[in-house]
Design a protein around this ligand. Structure first.
Ligand SMILES: [Fe+2]
Ligand SMILES: [Fe+2]
Length: 196
């Protein structure tokens, strides 16, 4: 089955990829990662996405989540990534800078998978099916506990776009409530998928 044995898109077999990721994150994060992978596969099957790409994207999406700020900033500077992200912290960095580390250390070069990882916390104003699958899987995976997750899971049973809309509004409301600076791409996602 495509979700069990990777044949494309990464230089590693699934077991080797799993081992590399397991040693890069905490046990709790690893369990989240596996849950996102499983959820992404379910969503890909439900909405006609590429199951192998969804599985890999789920597995690698938080590879850089536990990197130090220094390490992520080094990646941002050394690779001339958009300097705008510097003011936003790990929540934004681990996706964008993570793609550089993923390409180098996990041998994933597929542009569609890397893009889904890059925007998994923010969305964008031009989300592919894979972007939406990963964005939603990260939000609704079974370990998630927050008010509103039940509603998001119900929406994801039937309509991916409505779930993207719900998730984006929910995320933005939380950021505003906590007076956290909002990354412009999150606003772009809101303008595209929420506002009418
Ligand atoms: Fe993440
Ligand atoms: Fe995640």
């Amino acid at each position: 089955m495509a979700s069990d044995i990777y044949t494309k898109y990464t230089a590693f077999k699934q077991d080797d990829l799993l081992a590399k990721i397991r040693t890069s994150v905490s046990a709790k994060r690893f369990s989240h990662i596996l849950a996102v992978q499983k959820t992404a596969v379910i969503l890909a099957k439900r909405f006609g996405g590429d199951v192998e790409k969804a599985s890999i994207a789920g597995l690698i999406h938080d590879y850089a989540k536990e990197c130090s700020d220094e390490e992520l900033l080094r990646v941002i500077y050394e690779n001339n990534l958009d300097k705008e992200i510097i003011g936003f912290g790990n929540n934004i960095w681990h996706g964008v800078a993570g793609t550089i580390l993923i390409e180098k250390e996990l041998g994933v070069v597929d542009a569609e998978i890397l893009q889904a990882v890059s925007v998994h916390t923010t969305g964008s104003d031009n989300m592919s099916l894979l972007d939406k699958i990963l964005y939603v899987a990260d939000f609704i995976e079974p370990n998630r506990r927050f008010s509103g997750v039940k509603k998001a899971r119900e929406l994801a049973e039937v309509d991916l776009d409505k779930t993207v809309k719900y998730e984006t509004k929910h995320t933005l409301l939380k950021l505003v409530e906590k007076e956290i600076k909002v990354y412009p791409k999150t606003i772009d996602t809101y303008n595209k998928y929420v506002a009418s």
